[in-house]
Design a protein around this ligand. Structure first.
Ligand code: SAM
Length: 328
């Protein structure tokens, strides 16, 4: 990609989100993920209309103990408000964006939220100008970092840079929560290179395995694929493609755990169940199973158990809905 094109895709992204800040576009990143309903949480209408994410990055189990949160690419501020719901500290959630109009819209949505949510103070959120590619944040200072529907827009080198930045600012064992479209089919070059379609989160989607590799290449030792849902279909009637292209949205948590010597632990919803005659089955590598009790296992462990060739061990396929448990 030439410098000219490089510049064009980043500037088109800013133009698209300037437009989306000034005139809310409810269909922009619409998804089937339900919006959180939480006691005493009221989301202003305009903030809801500016929900430009393709999933959720807010999960209560990541948010115990008032972790310091960084959220990059703020949109209308809905997820900032949801993170603040759990954090409730002055400056506990930092929100960054490069589009001034989006920061302005977000700020006014948060002011409206302050009026309708007695528990919420706008200064819980430290809203600032800042670029995902060069975070104005100290290294090793963040417990939970999140981005929703931004990194898919980036070309590969920028994606690597954005992930490296998130990794840098996280504390050891800190969590990066991501929600993005992915696509296992080949995306035609004409679509990939269309800056507006990229900005609209339609043509920058990469295969899930490549997305996971970018995360583990960055250094994250544990990965959880928490959700995968149908997201969009690009049809030849509307786009420069000769076949239907199916896009899914994923929610992933990448944890800054040390990289295990035998490779990353990637949880995709695989489960092992021992149903033999012994009281306990122990693989000698930290996985002890009592009969007929499910154990969530990472893909690496599932593959190792499979290689044992036992006829008293059930191994499920990936459900792509991993929400707890662990083996490594
Ligand atoms: C698809 S919207 C998602 C907004 C929000 N995360 C949500 O879920 O509603 C992408 C957001 O990223 C912002 N953005 C674009 N380029 C950025 C960059 N390089 N660094 C930080 N934010 C950026 C846009 O202004 C916009 O707010």
């Amino acid at each position: 990609m030439t410098d000219l094109h490089e510049h064009q895709y980043l500037s088109t992204t800013r133009d698209v989100y300037k437009e989306a800040a000034l005139t809310p576009d409810v269909g922009l990143c619409c998804t089937t993920t339900p919006v959180w309903q939480l006691p005493e949480l009221s989301i202003p209408k305009r903030m809801l209309a500016m929900n430009y994410g393709c999933g959720s990055t807010v999960h209560p189990r990541d948010l115990v103990g008032q972790p310091k949160v960084l959220y990059v690419g703020v949109g209308g501020g809905m997820e900032l408000l949801q993170f603040a719901y759990f954090n409730r500290q002055t400056g506990g959630v930092v929100g960054l964006d490069v589009v001034d109009e989006m920061l302005g819209a977000c700020r006014s949505n948060l002011a409206e939220a302050e009026a309708s949510n007695p528990w919420f103070k706008a200064d819980f959120i430290d809203l600032r100008r800042g670029d995902a590619l060069k975070l104005p944040i100290e290294s090793n200072s963040i417990d939970v970092a999140a981005q929703n529907c931004l990194f898919n827009i980036f070309r590969d080198d920028d994606l690597k840079q954005a992930l490296a930045e998130m990794y840098r600012v996280l504390k050891p064992h800190g969590r990066l929560i991501l929600s993005d479209p992915v696509c296992d089919q080949a995306m035609p070059a004409a679509l990939q290179d269309d800056p507006r379609l990229r900005a609209l989160c339609l043509s920058g989607a990469i295969p899930l395995q490549q997305y996971l590799k970018r995360l583990t290449d960055t250094g994250f030792g544990t990965i959880e694929v928490r959700a995968k849902r149908p997201y969009r279909v690009l049809s030849p009637h509307h786009y420069a493609t000769d076949q239907l292209i199916h896009i899914e949205s994923v929610e992933i948590c990448a944890i800054k755990d040390p990289m295990p010597a035998d490779g990353p632990c990637i949880f995709t919803g695989r489960t092992a169940i021992y149903y033999g005659r012994e009281e306990l089955f122990d693989d000698g590598k930290g996985h002890a199973m009592t009969p007929n009790q499910p154990l969530a296992v990472c893909d690496k462990t599932a593959a190792a158990l499979q290689r044992l060739g036992r006829d008293d061990l059930y191994l499920s396929a990936s459900t792509w809905f991993y929400d707890g448990g662990g083996c490594c």
